[in-house]
Design a protein around this ligand. Structure first.
Ligand code: PLP
Length: 423
């Protein structure tokens, strides 16, 4: 008997965020093309969550593939301490040209969590190098910044962090700012301001928390306040970057600029892992010294891998094409129309949209828990109909690759409308 990939997988692989005993066997995907994934039985799925929010231009994009294939024959990897290469230089130049003016330097790592670790270490060592010992970090309640220890520490405490809780460093958690609570938050921060090293936040949308959204005005106001208190600002655009928010970066909605920014996910168009932490020259200069001990002690084996940088260059090029910008606008508009259509449905508690991200929060009996049974019902319902949607608890969201056609988007919307009647 020849075993399926699915069966072979079960014998050897351990999957992320998965209770291996109760979970269904993983579906073996043998091919991807554009917005579609194909499993080993030949079934086709629309990847409506962009494979965990990373895929921008569709799977197996021929242009990105061509660029990576060429780079493979030129230089696949080189140590990034003491050496550099064209893809890293060009990517930094191209990205800095698109970021808020104050971002002046790029530090490479491997993924979103490491981009966060680097930003936190930069902030902590920034104050140390300047001879002060500011050590408190402010983060948002319900935050998600990744799964490594530093990133977990600045994330909201939850079922994910519980097993490690006593080993996480202390963080001051504040509510996401609104017009109503902003004065209270400022008061809270004022009381500890002299000890605060930095404030880290996901701008405008807290993805993993269930696509919770908050206003740009309130965030800009809070950022300006922090700046006056000499609190460094780390803007985590790992999720919101590269068009997801409807603009190139969430930063483009804000009137204030951060000191550091973190990127990953869509950075390479979702083809290869890569993380970036960018910072201002003020941050960089605190490390710039004749003293070896002031250098930033951080690095990874694959720092600025030339293949990943090449993928990012190709993806950025595609992202800036007028066709892609129109595609994003089209998704934003269609999401808006769909939001209006379902907003008042009795099964829907709230619809939230920012750019190409749309989230429908359902009314459920067991509301509030990520692990509620309704989540599984929703997941299975859409999988059976050839759509990959991975609800966060009772929050169903659509986050498509920008290459999705109207026809496929309409199929997703219609299937959700049917689910609203049937489930
Ligand atoms: C996914 C995510 C991270 C972590 O990125 P990984 O590459 O999964 O480590 C950090 N911040 C935000 C906002 C994210 O959505």
């Amino acid at each position: 008997m020849i075993k399926s990939l699915k069966e072979r997988d079960q014998a050897v692989n351990w999957h992320p965020y998965t209770q291996m005993k109760t979970a269904d066997a993983a579906i073996a995907i043998v091919r991807g093309e554009g917005v579609f994934l194909y499993d080993e039985t030949g079934k086709r799925y629309i990847d409506a969550v962009s494979s965990w929010w990373v895929t921008l231009h569709g799977h197996a994009h021929p242009y990105i593939a061509k660029r990576i294939a060429h780079q493979l024959t030129v230089l696949e990897q080189v140590i990034f301490a003491g050496f550099t290469h064209e893809p890293a230089v060009e990517l930094s130049e191209n990205l800095l040209a698109l970021l808020p003016d104050k971002q002046q330097k790029i530090f490479y790592s491997d993924n979103g969590s490491t981009a966060i670790e680097v930003a936190l270490k930069m902030c902590l060592q920034f104050w140390r190098n300047r001879g002060t010992s500011k050590r408190k970090i402010i983060a948002l309640k319900n935050a998600y910044h990744g799964d490594t220890f530093g990133a977990m520490s600045v994330s909201g405490r939850s079922a994910w962090t519980n097993p490690f809780e006593e080993l996480l460093f202390d963080v001051v958690f504040i509510d996401a700012p609104t017009r109503e609570n902003i004065d209270e938050i400022k008061g809270q921060i004022s009381a500890i301001a002299t000890e605060v090293c930095c404030f880290i936040y996901e701008p405008l949308v807290q993805g993993s928390a269930g696509m919770l959204m908050y206003e740009a005005d309130a965030l800009s106001d809070l950022m300006a306040f922090c700046r006056r208190q000499s609190i460094l600002l780390i803007q985590d655009e790992v999720f919101t970057g590269f068009g997801r928010s409807g603009k190139l970066f969430a930063a483009d909605y804000l009137t204030e600029q951060p000191d550091l920014m973190c990127f990953s996910k869509g950075l390479t168009g979702g083809t290869l892992p890569l993380g970036i932490t960018s910072c201002t020259s003020v941050i960089f200069e605190a490390f710039y010294s004749d003293d070896q001990h002031r250098a930033l002690f951080h690095g990874h084996s694959f720092t600025a891998n030339p293949l990943a940088c090449t993928a990012a260059l190709a993806s950025l090029e595609l992202l800036l094409l007028p066709e892609t910008q129109h595609a994003i606008e089209r998704i934003v508009q269609k999401h808006g129309t769909f939001a209006q259509a379902v907003r008042r449905h009795p099964r829907i508690k709230e619809v939230r949209q920012l750019g190409t991200i749309i989230a429908l929060e359902w009314h459920t009996e067991q509301a509030g828990s990520y692990f509620n049974a309704f989540r599984q019902t929703l997941y299975t319902y859409f999988m059976e109909r050839g759509i990959v949607l991975r609800p966060l608890g009772q929050v169903l969201y659509i986050l498509p690759p920008y290459c999705i056609a109207d026809e496929e988007l309409d199929y997703i919307y219609n299937t959700i409308q049917t689910a609203l009647e049937e489930l």
